[in-house]
Ligand binder design. Structure first.
Ligand SMILES: Cc1cc2nc3c(=O)[nH]c(=O)nc-3n(C[C@H](O)[C@H](O)[C@H](O)COP(=O)(O)OP(=O)(O)OC[C@H]3O[C@@H](n4cnc5c(N)ncnc54)[C@H](O)[C@@H]3O)c2cc1C
Length: 459
């Protein structure tokens, strides 16, 4: 039994996330600056952590925030600001269908995919329900579906095999031809597209900020409050931050790959950085030239290609490009490395929208996600009083949400509502061990580079 944990690595988020930058300034943070107790403590304020906190608040009666100055029912500790970490750095596709990044076309095993769809939809329902309860608008979350865009003959073939897979699963889809892709996006780059209706599109930072604000009367959320150590004190854990501590008997650890910084899942988690850029707001003439519809999302038909998205509304009309990935076992990427990826994003933008001329990328950033070699989560009890809701394998908007929900079910003993999902989450084997360094980094880097090269114009 472990009695003391010292956190080795605190998160650093390279570059400025456009999603955060285009929102109005956030309200001042409330850091933890005292010693207190909580019945339930969640560490990490991303999709998993905030969903766990919301689910706890639904399951535990009378959660009214801090009861007296030193005790509360549910608390969340987040190292930075809500929405500045990976939860506010992604492309915002909350996908309902199988999305196996290691496959050539996202398809997985039939039986597992059936259950994955049910899990992803449970997460989407939870997010839509939160949006309804907290009054989040359609610029923050809306179920519009998305298209897998194919820019090569190989991409078209991937879409067709994936469509067959969906047919076998009884899922609906529509094939778009090149003309329909141009009508949607304004780009004549795509030969074909596979539209599926269930994906829910998020403004990721607005969504997680919305969850935080919606929970404010029920949960105490402390931002800029990185956990630096945990000490066992009898049946409880005393969890320290630089300016205070929370002592709690039950902790949900929702820090994704940072579970490793707490000493858990050593050499079992792969830390992958993805990179994105967002254009400046287009002017009226540029919007006219662009054509297409005001809001759309295109994921690449080859999983390592470019994700492209258009947003419209209060922050203007903008295009977001995501491509390039790197395996970083240290979990640290400098701001410079992240912003240097802008060149790739500009090239992918120019390929798709040649007639638009030079449109600056206003923001460029990187963010990390966590994968395991055997595509399983790091979920369940990991120490007395500590339950992990980590390693979302790329699809963290949906899978993070889901692991937060069922972690809350598990720690409160609510085993009925989502019992099939919980059973499956608890049945996965451990994430598989990675090769020793430097072999893990060399192997993963070569695989990523080879796959990017093979994806060709899909990037
Ligand atoms: C560019 C990019 C594009 C992506 N696109 C998509 C997409 O379209 N769809 C999709 O589903 N996924 C996407 N992802 C992945 C997705 O963002 C992640 O999988 C998701 O954020 C994981 O959610 P989470 O809550 O598990 O972890 P996180 O969002 O990483 O949240 C964990 C939190 O824990 C906090 N933390 C860590 N250590 C500590 C500590 N010591 N003390 C306190 N807090 C701590 C971190 O600050 C962080 O906020 C993308 C990622 C990137 C980078």
């Amino acid at each position: 039994m472990i009695s003391k944990i010292t956190i080795k690595n605190l998160p650093h988020n390279p570059g400025i996330s456009g999603w955060n930058a285009i929102l109005p300034d956030d309200k001042p943070a409330q850091p933890l600056n005292k010693n207190m107790t909580a019945d339930w403590l969640v560490i990490g304020g991303g999709f998993a952590g905030l969903s766990a906190a919301r689910r706890l608040s639904q399951l535990i009666p009378n959660t009214k925030g801090i009861k007296d100055t030193n005790s509360t029912k549910i608390a969340v500790l987040e190292a930075g600001r809500i929405g500045e970490g990976p939860a506010g750095r992604n492309s915002g596709f909350m996908i309902d269908l199988p999305h196996v990044l290691s496959s050539k076309d996202y398809a997985g095993d039939n039986n597992e995919d059936q259950l994955q769809i049910a899990m992803n939809r449970r997460a989407i329902d939870f997010a839509l329900d939160a949006a309804d309860e907290y009054g989040l608008d359609a610029e923050t979350i809306v179920q519009t579906g998305k298209v897998n865009g194919a820019a090569t003959a190989k991409g078209v073939a991937h879409n067709l095999t994936y469509a067959d897979h969906l047919q076998n699963l009884g899922e609906t889809y529509e094939i778009f031809d090149a003309q329909q892709m141009q009508e949607l996006s304004g780009s004549n780059y795509y030969h074909q597209g596979l539209f599926t209706p269930g994906t829910t599109m998020l403004h990721p930072t607005a969504y997680v900020r919305g969850l935080r604000d919606g929970l404010q009367n029920k949960v105490d959320i402390f931002e800029n409050s990185p956990v630096i150590s945990l000490n066992r004190t009898g049946p409880d854990w005393q969890v320290k931050t630089p300016a205070g501590s929370i002592t709690a008997p039950q902790i949900i650890m929702a820090v994704n790959g940072h579970a490793q910084s707490f000493g858990f899942f050593k050499r079992r988690l792969m830390h992958i950085f993805l990179y994105a850029s967002m254009t400046r707001a287009l002017n009226t003439e540029e919007v006219r030239k662009l054509g297409g519809t005001p809001r759309w999302g295109i994921t690449p038909s080859d999983p390592v290609g470019s994700t492209i998205r258009r947003i419209s509304g209060r922050s203007g009309d903008r295009i977001i490009v995501r491509n390039q990935a790197s395996f970083v076992s240290s979990m640290e990427v400098s701001d410079h490395v992240a912003t240097a990826k802008r060149t790739h994003h500009e090239r992918s933008f120019a390929d798709r929208f040649a007639r638009m001329g030079n449109i600056d990328m206003e923001y460029s950033w990187g963010g990390k996600l966590c994968l395991s070699l055997n595509d399983v989560p790091a979920f369940g009890p990991i120490e007395d009083g500590i339950t992990a809701a980590c390693c979302q394998n790329g699809l963290g908007t949906a899978r993070g949400t889901l692991s937060g929900i069922v972690a809350a079910d598990l720690v409160t003993g609510n085993l009925q509502d989502n019992h099939q999902i919980l059973e499956r989450m608890l049945s996965y084997p451990q994430p598989k061990k990675l090769p020793m360094e430097p072999f893990a980094t060399i192997g993963a880097t070569l695989t990523i580079k080879y796959r990017e090269w093979r994806a060709g114009k899909e990037v």
